[in-house]
Each structure stands twice: as structure tokens, then as C-alpha cells.
Design a protein. Structure first.
Length: 243
């Protein structure tokens, strides 16, 4: 029986009992209209019904007490389970600290700001904690691990091959995967390539096999730099020219 039905049953029993008593009182208001046997019979019936309802109420109270005891026991089990859960993860107090550090290394890895070593130090500290197994953090922890492993997979430099153009280099998946970002490479190497002849790229249409070009990492710092702004401006100028 559902716990929430008990109050309804109690109210129903009380209403029925009250109605019976009220009816009996109305019937007994004029005792002159009935003889002693009828009056005594009604009293006995009402007394029996009262005894029956009282017994049912007592049984219901027992059920309520039993359910309350079960609820209290379940509450204790739940608290014990929660305590065991946090103990396995190293304590609830470390939750906020772990969350903040994980968010920090996620941001570093996405933006490639700072050095990989700095990001790895934070990640290594997180790796030593059991809090990483928390359902809220586990998938994020695995994702940031993969991100850090691929930190240096982007090309920091590129050796020009025969037939290459800046837009072809920029379009490569391991570079920017976007041919329209070639001005960033040009701006980064315009006044000096890493090695090769000629040592500068004065004309973006003229690059030579063997030149080693700088490939800036497309992070937040680059997007805020003058190089990116000049490159973006060049693209906007080209759009206006082609209208």
C-alpha cells in the first residue's frame, strides 16, 4: 500500500465514524420515539463499529510506523553509500579543487596557451587523484588526455616541396585545414623564414622548395596578435576587391 494513501484512509475512516456518531446522535435526540430495546441495539451497533474502526486505525498506525522505520533505515543506507562513494574518490572536500584544475587544463589545451609542460604538470597532478573517476569528470579527463597527447601534432614548421603554394600548405589538415588562412603563414615568414633560400617571402606567390616556414599555432594569442589582424585585413581587402 502506498504511503500517501494512509492519510486519505485515515480521513475517510474518521469522516465515516463522525457521520455514524452524528447520525446516532440525531436518532437519539428524541429517545421518546423508540423503546429501550431499539435504543440499546443501536448503541451496541455503534459501539461495535467504533471498536472495529479503532482496531483498523491501530493496524494502520502499525503500518505507518513500519514504513517510517523502513524510510529511516533507507536514509541511513543512502548516507552510508554517499560517504563510501566520496571516500573512494578521496573525500568530498577535493571536488571543487579538482573541478577548477580540470577546467584550467582544458582551457590551456584548447587554446594552446603557455607550454605543454605546464599543462602536463597540472594534468599529472589530476591523474594521481581518484576524483578523476567521478561520473562528472571521467569523460572530460579522458578527452583532455587525448588533447594533450595531440598538443604537438600541429605542424610548428613546414618544409616547402616542389609545387607548393601557401594556400596549399594552409589547406593541409595538419596545418590549418583552411586554404584561406595562408596569409597567416605569409605574415609569419615575410621577413625571415627558419631556413632556406631565399630567406624571406616578399611575394606570397613565390616560395621555393627547401624553405622551412614557421607555422604559427592558431591559438588565442595569435588571434589577438597584429599578424592575425593584418592577415584578416588582407582577406577583407580581397573580398572587397572581388565584389
Amino acid at each position: 500500500m502506498k504511503f500517501y494513501k494512509f492519510p486519505v484512509l485515515l480521513i475517510a475512516f474518521f469522516l465515516m465514524f463522525s457521520a455514524k456518531v452524528s447520525f446516532a446522535q440525531e436518532e437519539l435526540e428524541d429517545p421518546l420515539d423508540m423503546d429501550e430495546d431499539v435504543w440499546e441495539g443501536q448503541i451496541n451497533d455503534l459501539t461495535a463499529k467504533k471498536t472495529e474502526l479503532t482496531a483498523k486505525l491501530a493496524d494502520l498506525q502499525k503500518d505507518i510506523d513500519a514504513l517510517l522505520a523502513q524510510t529511516n533505515a533507507k536514509d541511513v543506507e543512502l548516507r552510508n553509500a554517499e560517504d563510501a562513494f566520496w571516500n573512494e574518490l578521496g573525500g568530498k572536500s577535493g571536488y571543487s579543487t579538482f573541478k577548477n584544475d580540470l577546467e584550467r587544463v582544458e582551457k590551456l589545451c584548447r587554446s594552446k596557451e603557455g607550454s605543454q609542460d605546464d599543462a602536463m604538470k597540472i594534468f599529472d597532478a589530476l591523474s594521481s587523484q581518484r576524483m578523476k573517476c567521478h561520473p562528472e569528470f571521467y569523460n572530460r579527463f579522458i578527452a583532455v588526455k587525448k588533447c594533450l597527447e595531440g598538443w604537438n601534432k600541429s605542424v610548428p614548421e613546414y618544409t616547402v616541396l616542389k609545387g607548393d603554394y601557401l594556400f596549399m600548405i594552409s589547406a593541409k589538415k595538419e596545418v590549418y585545414n583552411n586554404k584561406h588562412m595562408w596569409p597567416v603563414i605569409w605574415e609569419a615568414n615575410e621577413n625571415g623564414v627558419l631556413s632556406g633560400k631565399p630567406s624571406t617571402i616578399r611575394n606570397p606567390h613565390l616560395i621555393y622548395p627547401g624553405q622551412v616556414l614557421k607555422i604559427p599555432v592558431m591559438n588565442e594569442s595569435l588571434k589577438k596578435s597584429s599578424v592575425f589582424e593584418r592577415s584578416k585585413g588582407w582577406l577583407e581587402w580581397k573580398k572587397r576587391r572581388n565584389r
